[in-house]
Write a protein that binds this ligand. Structure first.
Ligand code: NDP
Ligand code: OXD
Length: 317
């Protein structure tokens, strides 16, 4: 039933990749045929726009869309948004998309296995035309620590279970998860890190998590630990990683995200022999399932139900 507060006539503006926008438009036509769906910068009736779908919204959304109710991020992260410029009454919703999750599960599993099986070393050896086998360690002898036990971190933990790694997880609030030891808050960070052979970052970027992957954190890890950063480039202090690689405190790393994307061609981590860099492709939303998810949320919202997947502005994620 439609809430009495809300009329049938509303518009949705999509402000992201236009090629994917065509798919979004088709899904909206199927799921919410009464809705006018526009792909920015196509101008509609700004006062009728109640929902905006964007990675980064156009500037001045308060003035451009005076009746905006919800801003949907096309990605899982919302750190690209300037929350200070989004009116308080506008709810911000992050993306939870089954294809985004399964893509991350694939990539993170591949990354953990690659680090576990010394692939950064073998790639460097091959470039140097070396044949240098290393002892094969069992997954059961490696401890994998996952920073961030949200939608993605938990799905990755579930996917790693069958390999028999010892799993540990760290989050802001305490959790109880079958098959893994969990730690919460900054006070428990040292205990979490103390024996992680492979550290996976799947945190959101907030003022509390920015630059968390730094010298202090690296020193709390066992010597020779390996790092997989799948969160955001700004989680990592890149100079500290270079020094930790130099000293051997960190043995090797895989980085899907960097502070500057794209990095300069001469970026030292791009050419480092024990670092594998990928261009922020660990996972991405799928336009069909993402649009279906947003349509379902809009339907809930029109019925006056609380919006699932809305972020908590105070926490920043
Ligand atoms: P969620 O919001 O579902 O989960 C976030 C997790 O991080 C929660 O467990 C939360 O703890 C924890 N957390 C947040 N702040 C802190 C803190 N200060 N200390 C300890 N733990 C903290 O996010 P998702 O799993 O959906 O996504 C995680 C991130 O992955 C995204 O924000 C994005 O940066 C990144 N990402 C990267 C992609 C890529 O291609 N490289 C693709 C998609 C996402 P609690 O549960 O207690 O709240
Ligand atoms: C996301 C991303 O947050 O692509 O979805 O990084």
């Amino acid at each position: 039933m439609m809430s009495s507060r809300m009329s049938e006539n509303f518009e949705v503006t999509y402000c992201a990749d236009p090629a994917r926008g065509a798919t979004w438009k088709q899904i909206f036509r199927d799921e919410l045929p009464q809705t006018t769906f526009r792909i920015w910068p196509e101008a509609g009736t700004p006062e009728s726009v109640e929902y905006l779908i964007a990675w980064t919204p156009p500037p001045g959304i308060a003035a451009s869309f005076p009746n905006l109710k919800v801003l949907f991020s096309t990605g899982a992260g919302i750190d690209q948004l300037d929350l200070g410029n989004i009116p308080d009454g506008v709810q911000v919703v992050r993306m939870i998309d089954p294809n985004l999750t399964s893509g991350m599960v694939e990539f993170a599993t591949m990354g953990v296995l690659a680090l576990h099986r010394d692939i950064p070393h073998y790639l460097a050896d091959q470039r140097a035309r070396l044949w240098a086998p290393r002892p094969v360690r069992r997954a059961a002898d490696h401890i994998v620590g996952i920073m961030g036990l949200g939608v993605l971190g938990r799905a990755v933990a579930d996917a790693l279970k069958p390999f028999n790694f010892t799993l540990k997880g760290w989050s802001a609030s305490p959790k109880s998860i079958d098959g893994m030891r969990t730690f919460a808050g900054i006070e428990e960070l040292p205990a979490f890190l103390s024996d992680c052979d492979i550290l996976v970052c799947l945190l959101p970027l907030t003022s509390e998590t920015e630059s968390l992957l730094c010298d202090t954190t690296f020193k709390l890890l066992p010597r020779g630990a390996r790092l997989l950063n799948l969160g955001r480039g700004r989680h990592l202090v890149e100079e500290d990683l270079l020094l930790a690689l130099e000293s051997g405190q960190i043995d090797c790393a895989m980085l899907d995200v960097l502070r500057a994307e794209p990095p300069e061609a001469g970026h030292p981590l791009l050419g480092h022999p024990r670092v594998i860099v990928t261009p922020h492709i660990a996972s991405t939303t799928h336009p069909v399932t993402a649009a279906q998810r947003v349509c379902a949320l809009i339907k809930q919202h029109r019925r006056g139900l609380p919006l699932e997947d809305a972020i908590d502005r105070r926490r920043g994620y």
